[in-house]
Design a protein around this ligand. Structure first.
Ligand code: FAD
Length: 406
């Protein structure tokens, strides 16, 4: 009987199990996660779940009963420690060995650690896992002063949740603006203003020297200009990296993630990868692209499962992500290398709170972000895919339908 193994406990893992069954496989499917929880989605961990506005059950990809009903052998709390591609086996930390015909690596990402004196004190939190969200939820419940180190998506979402819970929040960021590398200064300024409008103390262009610790608990963040931010707790959000340790040990090709072709097949034809961990050749961009966002983990499973079952599908969806902070909801589609654009065109005034921003190079739209404007992602995708040169005056003009631009 053909056996398909899935390593991981996130969205990509849960959705691939579903897609393998939906694709007609009636043999063995084993899902192995090092976490004790059912496979779950992470976006609510810094938003509704953290703020207590959505139920815990809602984070899980499927309820417990679904796995039994679909004959998925769920092995939770069991890290996979080795993949032997010659023998086609996985070794679990407890010592068991399982054989596979195909294996999916959906091992996701791990947070970068803060490497300064005091960083291992009590009260210093990271946010990747459900249990960590629970811990930060307790911090929000306790009130007081929170310092967030790193003004990326996670840091800003936690800052927004903490302000909504009434904490005094300081965000410390080494760059001159939040999200500067991803968005560029024009749009990064909008996020800075959003947080200032909600009384977040933004310390930009500030490095962290050390954390001040008293009685083994963090009490403050010392900045490299000599100042100190008082804190009852600290959340560190200084970026993530792909979890490639298993793949590296197995001898798979690694470059900023597990390298894969457009079929999500790694350098070993029996091993596939999906979600945050994969750096897969992208037919539209003509090179490998790694995407650390929810939509990728949601959509790659259909393609990877079809290919694990012997198909030959390509994954070429444009990168997409979203965020919710305070009353700002936005969606971003496309891909721009840091500094890879020459103009930003706004459709609608940014200070109105409802607008679309387009990142353009030589009048070609590379990416678009709709802020509190909805149902426009499909036409924006079509504009990006067309690679057409678009007059920036028409692009900015809300009276011209997006669909009429190409
Ligand atoms: C707090 C938070 C908020 C987010 N918000 C957004 C958002 O608003 N919008 C958006 O687009 N994206 C968001 N993301 C990103 C999104 O959640 C990720 O892109 C998505 O989780 C990737 O899913 P994945 O299945 O690839 O990996 P993960 O969800 O990281 O899952 C990987 C799993 O594999 C397990 N694992 C790793 N190694 C092993 C091993 N050797 N053996 C067994 N198991 C192993 C891990 O423990 C983990 O359970 C957010 C992420 C976080 C953390």
């Amino acid at each position: 009987m053909t056996a398909h193994m899935i390593v991981g406990g996130g969205l990509a893992a849960g959705k691939t199990a579903e897609a393998l069954r939906a694709g007609g496989h009636d043999g063995e499917i084993v899902l192995i996660s090092d976490e004790p929880h059912l496979p779950y989605e992470r976006p609510p961990l810094s938003k509704s779940y953290l703020m207590g506005t959505s139920e815990r059950e809602r984070v899980f990809v499927h309820p417990q009963s679904w796995y039994a009903e679909h004959g998925i052998d769920l092995r939770l709390g069991q890290p996979v420690t080795a993949l032997d591609s010659a023998a086609r086996t996985l070794t679990l930390a407890a010592g068991a060995t399982v054989r596979y015909d195909t294996c999916l690596l959906a091992t996701g990402s791990v947070p970068r650690r803060l490497d300064v004196p005091g960083a291992d004190a009590a009260g210093v939190h990271y946010l990747r896992k459900l249990d960590e969200s629970d811990n930060i939820k307790s911090v929000l419940g306790a009130g007081g002063a929170l310092a967030v180190i790193g003004a990326g998506w996670i840091g800003l979402e936690v800052a927004a949740a903490a302000r909504s819970a009434g904490l005094a929040v300081t965000v410390v960021e080494a760059a001159e603006l939040p999200l500067l590398r991803v968005l560029g200064p024009e749009v990064a300024r909008i996020f800075a203003q959003l947080h200032r409008d909600h009384d977040v103390d933004l310390r930009l262009g500030s490095g962290v020297d050390s954390l001040r610790v008293e009685d083994a608990h963090v009490r403050g963040v010392r900045l490299n200009d000599g100042s100190e931010v008082a804190a009852d707790a600290v959340v560190v959000g200084v970026g993530i990296g792909p979890e490639v340790s298993l793949a590296r040990k197995a001898g798979l090709r690694i470059y900023d993630g597990v390298l894969a072709d457009e079929h999500l097949r790694t350098s070993d034809p029996h091993v596939f990868a999906a979600g945050d961990v994969v750096n897969a050749f992208h037919p539209f961009y003509g090179r490998p692209v790694r995407v650390e966002h929810w939509a990728n983990a949601l959509n790659q499973p259909t393609v990877v499962a079809a290919n694990m079952l012997g198909g030959d599908q390509s994954y070429d969806a444009l990168p997409y992500f979203y965020t919710d902070q305070y009353d700002l909801g936005m969606e971003y589609v496309g891909y721009v290398e840091p500094g890879g654009y020459d103009e930003i065109v706004f459709r609608g005034r940014p200070d109105s709170g409802e607008f679309i921003a387009f990142w353009c190079r030589e009048q070609q739209v590379l990416a678009g972000m709709n802020v509190n404007v909805w149902d426009v992602v499909d036409p924006i995708k079509a504009i990006i895919r067309s690679r057409a040169a678009i007059d920036p005056v028409r692009l900015a003009d809300p009276s011209v339908e997006l669909a009429d631009l190409i």
